[in-house]
Design a protein. Structure first.
Length: 171
């Protein structure tokens, strides 16, 4: 019993207090969050991990949130020449028994046309839409601001010069 309590205490102390998760069927969404963007930002990036504990793949096919005029799944890449691109993706496969991370420099949620200031410590409702699991209600936590990752989402917006990066679609 003493060993169990020591192990439990170690796990609790090692887990960030701000981490949270949502379980819906075979899907577990771990710590959906948005690093606090600048007060004048027109856009922000959302990140999380999605675990599929089931035996069949599912696909993330959409996202909704009232914090922005438009929310989409995007993929950031840097090519062999060092040119960064960010592209909308229609769906993101979540293979069975695997974890897909939405993180800086890869897949992420792009919130465009922010409707207000996002402040560290706040939470904002959102909905992830999956092909099989359907609509999953989540809360994005606004985390402390982070450094630039080569794709500064806070500078993105409707009036941005898109010549810097490709915002096309995958057809």
């Amino acid at each position: 019993m003493k060993r169990f309590l020591s192990l439990a205490a170690a796990v609790i102390l090692a887990t960030p207090l701000w981490a949270h998760e949502i379980v819906s069927g075979d899907l577990q969404i771990i710590h959906p969050h948005i690093p606090q963007p600048a007060a004048t930002a027109k856009a922000a990036g959302g990140f999380m991990a999605i675990v599929n504990t089931g035996t069949e793949a599912d696909r993330l096919i959409g996202v909704e949130s009232e914090i922005a005029a438009k929310s989409e799944v995007h993929e950031s890449k840097v090519d062999a020449n060092g040119v960064g691109t960010m592209t909308h993706v229609d769906s993101l496969e979540i293979p069975p028994g695997e974890t897909v991370s939405l993180e800086r420099g890869g897949y992420h949620i792009m919130f465009m046309g922010l409707t207000g200031k996002l402040t560290e410590g706040e939470t904002h409702k959102g909905t992830l839409i999956f092909e099989k699991a359907g609509r999953v209600e989540i809360e994005f936590q606004i985390d402390p601001p982070t450094g630039m990752d080569g794709m500064d989402h806070s500078m993105m917006g409707e009036g941005m010069d898109h010549s810097m990066m490709d915002h096309g679609t995958n057809d």
